[in-house]
Design a binder for this molecule. Structure first.
Ligand code: ATP
Length: 291
């Protein structure tokens, strides 16, 4: 019963949990940082992204027949832009993020990378360009090496160490008796939540997608570990297009562009300064966030 309920609530998380149960060897397909709910026309392997601009064009989407969560949302995210999605709970921020990451296909309308439509690209190809980063940090049963190779099969150990270094995980990883051969995941070495997150970030470094959809972590970490990770994350985000789903405030503030999502529509778009000056929904959120 619980499983079914969970599936109805969030099929993506369910699938990810299920993947967790699998042996690493079986999930070479799991370059997943997210799983696409709707399999695209995978026969159309010729469809390649031909640019880095992410664009939503009249995107309509819902989870249940007859209920739309997003209503003809259009937006442009030029390469290198930091975009923050803000708005009330249930407004559709995470849903829009998942569509921009190609995890769900729109009911009508299109999400494109350059001129190519995400829902027409094989999921594998989408993942090379766009990754979803969320609170779920997956450590698979297998060695630390296996866990990293998921992001880039065939990478040399030196590249894996470089990725660990890029996310400040080098120190503890070098301290492991068996190094990259250390077994992790259930049954293996149990990692702290911060270490698990570093592994997830190291996978991102290896996969090297130019666009990241960041579903903000509701951090269970102690403040020191959180600050440490935030620095690593900032480095990973550097130079990429970032769509940050800001369930809380601080991520939004520094974004190049803030989109206010309300009832499945983008109702305001602009910089923090613009939107505060406009004195609309964002300004009200900003004031309420500041208590
Ligand atoms: P929050 O800030 O609380 O995370 P949000 O703005 O990200 O909210 P979404 O999570 O996108 O909002 O949810 C938008 C609507 O879609 C809500 O009504 C929610 O209940 C529904 N919804 C979200 N995910 C699913 C799902 N996997 N299955 C069914 N309905 C869903």
């Amino acid at each position: 019963g619980a499983l079914i309920a969970q599936m109805m609530v969030d099929p993506v998380n369910l699938i990810l949990r299920w993947y967790d149960e699998l042996q690493v060897a079986q999930v070479s397909l799991a370059r997943l940082v997210g799983v696409r709910e709707i399999e695209p026309d995978a026969g159309d392997a010729e469809v390649r992204p031909d640019g880095r601009a992410v664009r939503a064009d009249e995107v309509r989407f819902g989870y249940r027949e007859g209920v739309d969560v997003l209503h003809r949302v259009s937006m442009d995210v030029p390469p290198g832009t930091r975009l923050a999605l803000v708005g009330p709970s249930g407004a559709g921020k995470s849903t829009l993020g998942r569509l921009l990451a190609g995890i769900y296909a729109p009911r009508t309308g299109r999400v494109t990378l350059g001129a190519a439509e995400l829902s027409r690209m094989p999921a594998e190809r989408v993942r090379e360009h766009v990754a979803l980063v969320n609170q779920e940090h997956h450590v698979f049963v297998g060695s630390l090496r296996d866990n990293l190779l998921l992001a880039r099969a065939g990478a040399e150990d030196a590249e894996l160490w470089a990725a660990l270094g890029a996310v400040d995980a080098e120190d503890w990883a070098q301290g492991l008796d068996d190094g990259l051969d250390t077994e992790v995941g259930s049954g293996g070495l149990s990692l702290t939540p911060a270490q698990a997150q570093q592994i997830a970030l190291a996978r991102l470094v290896l996969a090297d997608p130019h666009t990241l959809v960041l579903d903000e972590a509701t951090s269970l970490l102690d403040p020191r570990a959180a600050r440490h990770l935030e620095r690593s994350l900032a480095r990973v985000l550097d130079g990429r297009t970032v769509v940050a789903i800001a369930h809380r405030l601080h991520t939004a503030h520094d974004a190049d562009v803030i989109a206010v999502v309300e009832n499945g529509r983008i109702t305001e778009l602009g910089s923090h300064t613009d939107l505060v000056a406009a004195d609309g929904a964002y300004a009200a959120l900003w004031r309420s966030w500041h208590g």
